[in-house]
Design a protein around this ligand. Structure first.
Ligand SMILES: NC(=O)c1ccc[n+]([C@@H]2O[C@H](COP(=O)([O-])OP(=O)(O)OC[C@H]3O[C@@H](n4cnc5c(N)ncnc54)[C@H](O)[C@@H]3O)[C@@H](O)[C@H]2O)c1
Ligand SMILES: [Zn+2]
Ligand SMILES: [Zn+2]
Length: 361
């Protein structure tokens, strides 16, 4: 029997989000219904509401979540009812060229549920990133459910479903940060702060946090930054060089995603160092610079999509590290809120007041 639950939708571009009744169908072949326990408020949810991702309104928002599998459809063998899972937006297909080449984190044919959740009048909803977890229950593809240790609280585990994974992975997977590296992270919101935690976890000897907001720099220090640079007061490139014996950092992560910060990342890097772009630029942004500088600096210029994560590999491992006290996920949760408070949380996020507001049930 289809179930009626409460969910948060963006009905049209720019309008405040609404809490409405959502119809969740029974899971079909390959699908699962998940009872959501926690779902973080991510910048991408706001982008959806503002029409920045697409025009498939109404959207059922929320995608950074953990919960318990309630029921599964025909043919589902990877998860069973009662499993504690983190929802992912990279359920890899196993068959595309990237998967067959052994690089499934570049899979371009990822799975989402086949059926749609709807409003009571039958209007089909588009689930944000194929998840739609600002809802009591949601319908996903079973491959989007990654089973992890159920002793982890959902508030912490759910963070790995998006922003924190993107930041951790930007350092660990894309940037390949390792012992003794010097790392600078520009922009220390949820994503950048996670990149700092990731660099520390990997054994970087110097982790430089750069932001324009002193509150974010304090938080970055708490998460393991060894040095901070306030980009409002100081020249970022000079400051990073000064903190790295004049060389520049081995890896610089741009967690803002603007031409200004990307250029800072480019020039604040040592010869043959790595730039990782994890902040998402808008379509009108362009960059102009001498090609000779690209040649002369060498190294690699990379982008990081979802931290190049492979959920089945990375989520259980990161949850284990959290449970051992080696990954401070709780420090990312600024507040827990109710489903009716998402709009207010967007305001706090926009004002830079929070790393993460997390909806809990
Ligand atoms: N690549 C991915 O897979 C992925 C996944 C999730 C989010 N993101 C993107 O990552 C970016 C960061 O997300 P977030 O949730 O951390 O956002 P956020 O708003 O919480 O953080 C942005 C931080 O950058 C700082 N900042 C702004 N301008 C700056 C400047 N010129 N110099 C230094 N610091 C500056 C802000 O003070 C803030 O602390 C966004 O663009 C988001 O869309 C990417
Ligand atoms: Zn694939
Ligand atoms: Zn997100």
């Amino acid at each position: 029997m289809p179930q009626t639950v409460q969910g948060v939708i963006a009905r049209e571009k720019g309008a405040d989000v609404e809490l409405v009744n959502v119809i969740v169908p029974d899971p079909g072949p390959g699908e699962a219904v998940v009872k959501v326990d926690a779902c973080g408020v991510c910048h991408t949810d706001l982008h959806y509401r503002e029409g920045g991702i697409g025009d498939d309104f109404p959207y059922l928002l929320g995608h950074e979540a953990a919960g318990v599998v309630e029921s599964v459809g025909a043919g589902v063998t990877d998860v069973t009812p009662g499993d504690f899972v983190i929802l992912n937006w990279r359920a890899v297909c196993g068959h595309c060229r990237a998967c067959r080449r052994g690089r499934p984190w570049y899979c371009f044919d990822t799975f989402t549920a086949t059926q749609k959740m709807t409003l009571e009048d039958g209007t089909e909803l588009t689930a944000a990133l194929g998840i739609g977890a600002f809802a009591d229950k949601t319908l996903v593809h079973s491959g989007q459910c990654t089973k992890v240790d159920s002793t982890a609280p959902a508030t912490a585990a759910g963070l790995l479903g998006c922003g924190v994974m993107a930041g951790l992975g930007a350092a660990l997977n894309t940037g390949g940060v390792t012992r003794g590296d010097s790392v600078a992270v520009i922009g220390c919101g949820g994503v950048g702060a996670a990149a700092i935690a990731g660099a520390r976890l990997a054994g970087a000897s110097k982790v430089i946090a750069v932001d324009i907001d002193p509150r974010k720099l304090d938080k970055a220090t708490e998460l393991g930054a060894s040095d901070t640079v306030n980009a409002k007061d100081d020249d970022v490139v000079k400051a990073v060089r000064a903190l790295t014996d004049g060389f520049g950092a081995d890896v610089v992560i741009d967690a803002v995603g603007s031409p200004e910060t990307w250029k800072q990342a480019f020039y604040a890097r040592d010869l043959a160092g790595t730039v990782v772009l994890v902040g998402v630029p808008t379509p009108e942004m362009t960059i102009e610079m001498p090609l000779a500088h690209l040649f002369g600096k060498g190294g690699s210029l990379k982008s990081s999509w979802y931290g190049d994560c492979l959920p089945s590999r990375d989520f259980p491992m990161l949850v284990d590290l959290y449970l051992q006290g080696r990954l401070p996920l709780d420090a990312f949760v600024t507040e827990t809120i109710g489903l009716a408070d998402v709009e207010v949380a967007f305001g706090k996020m926009h004002a830079g007041d929070v790393l993460r507001s997390v909806v809990i049930w």
